[in-house]
Design a protein around this ligand. Structure first.
Ligand SMILES: Cc1cc2nc3c(=O)[nH]c(=O)nc-3n(C[C@H](O)[C@H](O)[C@H](O)COP(=O)(O)OP(=O)(O)OC[C@H]3O[C@@H](n4cnc5c(N)ncnc54)[C@H](O)[C@@H]3O)c2cc1C
Length: 378
């Protein structure tokens, strides 16, 4: 019995579940083949009130809390709808604008993000850096000329989720390439000098449009700076705690759904005249998975409750991601094994989920970096 959710969260869950069943699950294979989900899905999700749950009503949102956010993450994870990049948009990019944007920026961007017309990305990683963010090379220069005050952005980003569909990039840059301070600049996709690279081919998350982004003397007005100059790393550190908690929440929901499926599969599958479930080995494996899931769920819900109370710390976010993603990898591997050869077939959810889960130990900061963050608090 989970106590972290209220009735309004559970009502929201029904809407989210119906939407995922009707608008997402039937199309996942098509989108995986295309390497991208259509923009029309974003508009439908916006219309159903499923994007950017925590954006305040005055900016077009529904003014929900992290509980609503978690519900959406869980419902996508249960369906293994990992191709759909709503979470980056709703739970990372929109919260940056809510937290650090001016009223003018919020009015300019948030209503379009809530409706699904404007798709957001967070652009930190570069070909040469991922873990070591402060060594990034994308630069920004402040200028004043006859057209007014502006920033000029130059550089390249890679591995960017939603990059293909992107309309607004929260981009990490440096004013002085020699120091470690970061400045966040919002770049709209129609700005001259900005271009998108090819969709990157991946071993999993195949329907997610992950791509490179190029900034060649892109001019944006100073009003596109998010927060203060040189404060970007502090903002990233603060927001990444929630991003990492989400990865733990997603892991628990994915394990739960696939455990249910595997119990059913092993009951139905007959081998040597008995169901696979009836082998003691199968029941012991499933029992171990259930025990681990139960432990993870309690911890994840505690992390979520902390987030809802405004008490989430970078260490707790890192622990949630580390434990969730590592356990997801191990448990899904066991569940796949119980499917035999069918587990290796793409048409079965377990196989796709197993591949897709691999990246959870890498993106949002690798498991090794999570340990570094936790170790700092020792
Ligand atoms: C599908 C996908 C989607 C992504 N989406 C986004 C996105 O939307 N936006 C974005 O900005 N980025 C995104 N990323 C990038 C992701 O966050 C980085 O890949 C990740 O942070 C790791 O960086 P790296 O790939 O450069 O690995 P590296 O930093 O090169 O790491 C290589 C290895 O060295 C280890 N290592 C590094 N530093 C240490 C250390 N101090 N101690 C011990 N070991 C260490 C790492 O753990 C890893 O095992 C995405 C990546 C993928 C694969």
């Amino acid at each position: 019995m989970r106590t972290v959710f209220r009735d309004d969260h559970e009502q929201f869950r029904q809407t989210a579940r119906r939407f995922v069943e009707k608008e997402i699950t039937p199309h996942l294979h098509t989108w995986e083949a295309a390497g991208i989900v259509p923009k029309s899905l974003w508009l439908k999700a916006g219309e159903a009130g499923l994007l950017c749950a925590t954006v305040p009503e005055e900016f077009g949102g529904s003014g929900g809390d992290y509980g609503h956010s978690a519900v959406m993450v869980e419902e996508l994870a249960r369906a293994n709808a990992t191709a759909v990049g709503f979470t980056t948009h709703s739970e990372i990019v929109a919260p940056y604008i809510v937290a650090y944007g001016t009223d003018e920026q919020k009015q300019r961007w948030l209503p379009g993000m809530v409706s699904g017309e404007l798709i957001g990305v967070i652009a930190m990683s570069e070909p040469g850096i991922g873990s070591d963010l402060r060594s990034m090379r994308t630069t920004v220069k402040r200028i004043t000329d006859e057209q007014g005050d502006a920033y000029i952005v130059n550089g390249q980003k890679t591995f960017i989720t939603n990059g293909g569909n992107a309309g607004l990039m929260v981009t990490a840059t440096k004013l002085d390439p020699a120091d470690k301070k970061l400045t966040l600049i919002c770049v709209e996709s129609e700005r001259a000098g900005f271009s998108k690279g090819r969709l990157l081919e991946k071993i999993g998350l195949k329907g997610q449009d992950t791509s490179e982004l190029f900034f060649d003397n892109v001019r944006v007005p100073v009003e596109n700076r998010l927060g203060e100059e040189n404060e970007g790393f502090k903002y990233l550190t603060h927001q990444l705690a929630w991003e990492r908690t989400i990865i733990g929440i997603r892991a628990a929901a994915s394990i739960e759904a696939l455990l249910e499926e595997t119990i059913q599969y092993t009951r139905d599958r007959k081998v040597f005249g008995q169901s696979v479930f009836d082998f003691q080995n199968t029941r012991f494996k499933l029992a171990e998975c259930k025990a681990q899931l139960t432990m993870l769920q309690v911890f994840v819900d505690d992390c979520l409750a902390k987030a809802m109370r405004g008490e989430l710390t970078p260490e707790v976010g890192a622990m949630c991601k580390l434990l969730g993603s590592e356990m997801q990898g191990k448990v899904l591997d066991e569940l796949l094994q119980l499917h035999g050869g069918y587990g290796f077939m793409s048409e079965y959810k377990i196989g796709r989920a197993w591949v897709d889960a691999r990246v959870a130990r890498i993106y949002g900061g690798t498991s090794e970096i999570m340990k570094e963050i936790i170790a700092r608090s020792l």
